[in-house]
Structure formats: C-alpha cells, structure tokens
Design a protein around this ligand. Sequence first.
Ligand SMILES: Cc1ncc(COP(=O)(O)O)c(C=O)c1O
Length: 374
Amino acid sequence: MKDNRFIPVNEPVLGGNEKKYLAECVDTGWISSEGPFVKKFETQFAAKVNRGCGIAVSSGTAALETAVTALGMGSGDEVIMPAFTIISCAAAVVRAGAKPVLVDSDPATWNMDVTQIEAKITSATKAIMVVHIYGLPVDMDPVLQLAKKHNLKVIEDSAEAHGLNYNDKPCGSFGDVSIFSFYPNKLITTGEGGMIVTDSEDIAERCRSLRNLCFQSERRFVHEQLGFNYRMTNLQAALGVAQLEQIDKFAKRKRRMGKLYTKLLSDIDSIQLPVEKTDYAENIYWVYGVVLKDKVSFDAKEAMNRLAQRKIGTRPFFWPMHRQPVFKRMGLFDGESYPAAEKMADRGFYIPSGLALTDEPIECVAQSLRAILK
Ligand SMILES: Cc1ncc(COP(=O)(O)O)c(C=O)c1O
C-alpha cells in the first residue's frame, strides 16, 4: 500500500439509499418499531430467501433465543448443534432450559460433520440446530432426512449466510425456523439487528408475540407468557431495506475478494484455505479464514500478533462450546472432546474480508501473511 494505514478486519459499505431512508424516518418522526420500514424489510427479506414470514428483531442472538423459545424447547429437551459456533447458539438453548448436544466439525469445510449427528440422537432430542459457517453451507440434505426420520425440528442459523445457496436454494429456506444477523460484518447490515424467517404462520405469530413482551391485544399488560423486548427499530429497518437493494452486488464482491485471496495464497503450503466449491455450494467467503497447518511452529494467536504488528486486523476463529468456561462451570460437556473444532480454534483466524476492502489492501494482506509464515 502506498500509505501505511491499518487494514481493519471489516468495514461496511453504506453507499446506496441508506441516508435517504434514514432521513425519511427522521422527517416523518417514525423511529420506533412501529414505523413502516420494519414491515417492508420483513416482507422483502423473507421473499429474498423464499419464505412466507419474516420477523425482524434486535440481533441474530435475539433471533435464536426467540426461535428456540417459539419452538417450545425446554427442560429435558436436547438440541444437537456444532461444537464450533458462536456462543449465541448454545446460550439460546441453555437459557430456554434445554441441553445443547455437540458434534464435531468437518475439518475441510469447517461446518458441522453431519455424519456424526445420528449417533447423538436420543429420546430427548427435539431439534437439530445447523449453523452455516464462514461462507459455506452445512450439507443440508442428510440433516433434513434425519430430521424427518426422527421427527425433529430444524433450526437453521444463517446469521452468516446471506446470499449463499445450498444447491439452488437460499440458505435460510431450510429450517422449520431460520435466522439471520445484520451486525455490520454481515453481507447486509442494520447496525445491530436480526431476522427470523419461517413458512409457518403459527411459529411466526409466536415469534412476533415473544419479541414484543407477549403483550396481548385485548388486555395489553396482562401476560400469559414471558417474552422479550427484541423489537427492531424503523431506523434499523430503513438501513436494512437500503442494504437489501444491494445484496446481489455485495455477494459478487465477496466472491471476487475470496477468489483473489485464494489466487494470491494458494501456493503457500503451510496454511489451509477455505474450500472454493463443494458438490452442493459455491463459497461466498463471508469471511476469509485460514488454518495454520501442523508444520507451522506457532499458533493462531501468534500469527494474529505478527499481523497486527504489520497493521493488519484479524479475528480468531470461534472458541468451541465444550471449552467455554461458563458452560464448564454449569457442568456441561464434561470430558468431551471435539478434535477438529479444537484444532480450528487453536490454529484458525480470519483476515480482512469486509465489503469496503479493495484489491490493493488484499494484496498487501496476502504479502504480509506470506512474510510472517517464512
Ligand atoms: C453463526 C452466528 N450465529 C449467531 C450470531 C449472532 O448474531 P448477532 O451478533 O447479530 O447477535 C452470529 C454473529 O456473528 C453468528 O456468526
């Protein structure tokens, strides 16, 4: 790079109608969740992923909590999920009083190894929570077959999977209930925000009620159930509508960026790069992850330190659920081990992958990565 600026791990692009729609909220005074952009965003987003209903909420985490609660998960129920994911997934299940049951990852795709699911099914299993990780989808067909065979619900965490297809269908179209996040590192952002999508009007109605404190229409302040205040504001939804107009362009940009990184890095034999294609999907490179192979004498933490010294932002990979101190203290996952997830956590990290990134800093990141591995 010509100058010597820090290259952040993510920077969003807000170059469309964002300002115009936000000004509309301010000019009309509609800033709460009652404003018209919320419905518009829900309808347009749900249509984009081929679903009948969209319920906008305040974050992806809120979407998971609402979805798990709406499906009635509770004490004595088990939900199968990957060990390698964000805490939001397991936290939603634990908070509902149910038990997360973990499976390891496929070390090539970094997604849950679906061949390990069936062995974890017991009479208490109520759902499988799939999580599409870093730009490639989970292999959904075997999951859907298992769910049908054992009469289980599927909760699809598509927080990172906007614009991504499994075969020819969009991620977010597979779960009994599916969720997205709109945090600024996502393909489209609302600052903070999330969306639940489903084809079941019944589940949708429960989610709408749960996000709004379970107020009742007749006797507003009399509650039959405990809900949450997880409403999305009109300001956030205004951003969402403007961002959704640009989603296809953003998806193209991410793929181009990912392919460029792969071209620049593929001759380095000491790192594992993201899989470009599987039988069922083409990577969208939501983030560009790398895993240090065993021949590298240092771990991800050291690699990230070395890159920070060269003014390059990075993020570690997820820390697996069975290693989380908070869950250990609860007595969860005692003595369990998931070697693929552990290796990814110890040796994986991702490099700058935001939509604002141009080719020049990508080349600079690739050069630096090469240099620190020498
Ligand atoms: C797979 C996954 N699920 C859920 C979430 C939670 O979303 P949020 O940050 O909007 O709460 C994230 C966030 O990055 C995520 O990556």
